[in-house]
Ligand binder design. Structure first.
Ligand code: KIV
Length: 266
């Protein structure tokens, strides 16, 4: 299997073949995610909450994102690596957006970047695409705007808000993004958006009608403390499994059972 391209991702929509996307933040998990056949590996700025222990994604810096994107790119052979542009790396000016997005490709080894927003950042998105940087959009619930939204709340429930999100989706498509993440919106709205676009939608908390789905890796593996958002399907309780294993290791040390003869050089 060769590296999946952006053209192939877009083609999936016409072929009615779902797109799988998952986050990764380091080399080991990137290898596992890639080996599982995931199409798009997102180095999400969820790094801030999943890995770094922050309450929001806002503190994540460009240097941190590049550091993690390099590790992920080294682990991914087949999937499309997308770097998530962190807060304030593209909001200030077109020039900063280009320089920062360029770093994801030039230093991080990513093939594309993702940005949060619609009409409000359309000039920056066009500028990136214009110089050859593929862009993935992200609308609906925007974690980088958590304070403006008054928390992590489902968006687009009222018709005016839904119309605005639909309009953002169309503007992103016209600007040339290759796919759009729809986060935490009602499934009726995500169906309307998905049906009205020729590029794929990738949902997280946006229901079954999207062309693809994305989750945060550590949510899926059950590594983060509860409670999880409603849209998460937890496939494993890796937090409990890890805790059990580490406790056993400590018990073995305390009881003088580790290392054993097999684990010792003679
Ligand atoms: O940062 C992230 O992980 C994301 C996905 C949840 C879409 O933006």
């Amino acid at each position: 299997m060769g590296k999946i391209t952006i053209t192939e991702i877009i083609k999936r929509k016409n072929e009615n073949k779902k797109i799988s996307m998952l986050t990764a933040y380091d080399f080991v998990f990137a290898q596992i995610v890639d080996e599982a056949g995931i199409d798009i590996v997102l180095v999400g700025d969820s790094l801030g909450t999943a890995v770094q222990g922050h309450a929001t994604t806002l503190p994540v810096t460009m240097d941190e994102m590049i550091y993690h994107t390099k590790m992920v790119s080294r682990g991914v052979k087949n999937g499309l690596v997308v770097g998530d542009m962190p807060f304030l790396s593209y909001q200030v000016s077109v020039e900063e957006a280009i320089l920062n997005a360029g770093r994801f490709l030039k230093e991080g080894g990513a093939s594309a970047v993702k940005v949060e927003g619609g009409a409000n950042i359309i000039d920056r998105i066009k500028a990136l695409i214009n110089i050859g940087i593929p862009v993935m959009g992200h609308i609906g619930m925007l974690p980088q705007s958590v304070h403006k939204m008054g928390g992590y709340k489902v968006q687009g429930k009222e018709e005016t808000a839904a119309e605005k999100i639909l309009n953002d989706a169309k503007m992103l498509e016209d600007a040339g993004v290759f796919a759009i993440v729809l986060e935490a919106i009602p499934e009726g709205l995500s169906k309307r958006i998905t049906d009205s676009l020729s590029i794929p939608t990738i949902g997280i908390g946006a229901g079954i009608h999207c062309d693809g789905q994305v989750l945060v890796l550590y949510d899926l593996l059950g590594l983060l403390p509860q409670p999880m958002p409603k849209f998460v399907r937890q496939y494993l309780d890796l937090r409990s499994l890890s805790l059990e294993a580490i406790k056993k290791y400590k018990e073995d040390i305390d009881a003088g059972r580790f290392p054993g003869a097999d684990e010792t050089y003679h």
